[in-house]
Design a binder for this molecule. Structure first.
Ligand code: 3PG
Ligand code: MG
Length: 397
């Protein structure tokens, strides 16, 4: 069965509910500015298509952050509503919740063409992939569009179970299509040497994927918070760096496996007492007590550079340090620049933070593909599909 896309279905006179990944980074200064609008910008072609083709209503859904099933205005989609409204030059009504009674009346009004449902994850039912919640969401529309590539690895009500209520009326968006086409380059026929660079802080999420991805790649460079469990597993000191015992156990298992020798770790670090502290270079794999690793060091960068210079496929996911603070941003920005200079290699970057790093470094247009999905692109490469895509393709009962 082929996956159908939004340009293959008649939208005229229809109500359309569309899932996007608007999990965007927000400034932490209280003004809640979107610090990287890539994910919203990438959704605009699908949104415009739906409106241009005569849909009467567009109901937009997304999550933002991890509010864990509770209403927490820190994670409100309000900044997204504002930004969307500016970009589209149209009103965007933000609802109180995904289930409030007012939605039904909004649907019957002629004005307010675009309705943005408040954060899906304010409802525990979203992450529980709850059938009734999916049914409520589905009751708002005739057609379902999924363009949330960044969330397609999650089996949630708005990405998975909702498909049960749109048989033959569920389609993918243009971003989903673009992502799948680009990632298939890496899945179907990667040129070797194939090197993955994995960093970032969602260690528990990614560590299992790393294990499986190791069979496909020739080398895997580990940086950022991802590195500390591996260093600790090798007997190094990690000071007060982010590092849970569960992750150390997983790292030990990975290092001991037959593919464990493909892993390349930092040999030096930039450390401090905390994320806002003074940066200090440490010329050792070990991090002293009371200090936390916040960036990779210069020798590490040299090593990475020599590995990358001969590679033909590079997959980068997750920053090399706490790059939000410029004292710890060098490793991340240097890796971004290294990738931009690789000639003849297929370079793929995924994940909110890595994408914002390549954008800030001004090199996004020099890479082969910049994915809006971090975990999603990793899982796609490792499995060749994702639950959200499978549900769209085959439907669910
Ligand atoms: C992401 O940022 O990776 C996606 O939006 C999914 O978010 P999650 O990791 O909180 O499920
Ligand atoms: Mg993310």
């Amino acid at each position: 069965m082929a996956l159908k896309f939004v340009d293959e279905i008649d939208l005229k006179g229809k109500r359309v509910i569309a899932r996007f990944d608007f999990n965007v980074p927000l400034s932490k200064d209280g003004t809640k500015q979107i610090t990287d609008t890539t994910r919203v910008d990438c959704a605009l072609p699908t949104i415009k298509h739906i409106l241009d083709k005569g849909a009467t209503k567009l109901i937009i859904m997304s999550h933002l952050g991890r509010p864990d099933g509770e209403r927490n205005m820190k994670y409100s989609l309000e900044p997204v509503a504002k930004y969307l409204s500016q970009k589209l030059e149209m009103d965007v009504v933000l609802t109180e919740s995904c289930t409030d009674a007012g939605i039904k009346s909004l649907l019957n009004l002629d004005k307010n063409k675009i309705i943005l449902l408040e954060n899906l994850r304010f409802h525990p039912e979203e992450e529980d992939n709850n059938r009734e919640f999916a049914k409520t969401l589905s009751s708002y529309a005739d057609i379902y569009v999924n363009d949330a590539f960044g969330t397609a690895h999650r089996k949630h009500a708005s990405t998975y179970e909702i498909n049960a209520f749109f048989k033959g009326k569920a389609v993918g968006g243009f971003l989903l299509k673009k992502e799948i086409d680009a990632l298939n380059n890496v899945v179907e026929n990667p040129k070797h040497p194939f090197v993955a660079i994995v960093g970032g802080a969602k260690v528990a999420d990614k560590i299992k994927i790393i294990e499986r991805l190791l069979t496909n790649v020739d080398k895997m460079i580990i940086g950022g918070a991802m590195a500390y469990p591996f260093l600790k597993a090798q007997g190094h000191k990690v000071g007060s760096s982010l590092c849970s015992e569960t992750d150390v156990d997983l790292a030990k298992k990975i290092l001991a496996s037959s593919t464990g020798s493909k892993i390349v770790l930092p040999v030096d670090h930039v450390v401090s007492t905390g994320t806002e502290g003074q940066a200090e270079a440490i010329n050792s794999m070990d991090i002293p007590d009371g200090k936390m690793g916040l960036d990779i060091g210069n020798h590490t960068l040299d090593n990475y550079k020599s590995i990358l210079s001969s590679s033909k496929t590079v997959l980068w996911n997750g920053p090399m340090g706490y790059f939000e603070n410029k004292s710890f941003a060098k490793g991340t920005f240097e890796v971004a620049k290294l990738l931009a200079q690789l000639n003849g290699a297929f370079t793929l970057v995924g994940g909110g933070d890595s994408v914002s790093a390549v954008t800030k470094a001004g090199v996004a247009d020099k890479l082969s593909h910049v994915s809006t999905g971090g975990g999603a692109s990793l899982e796609y490469i490792e499995q060749g599909s994702l639950p959200g895509i499978q549900a769209l393709k085959f439907g669910i009962e």
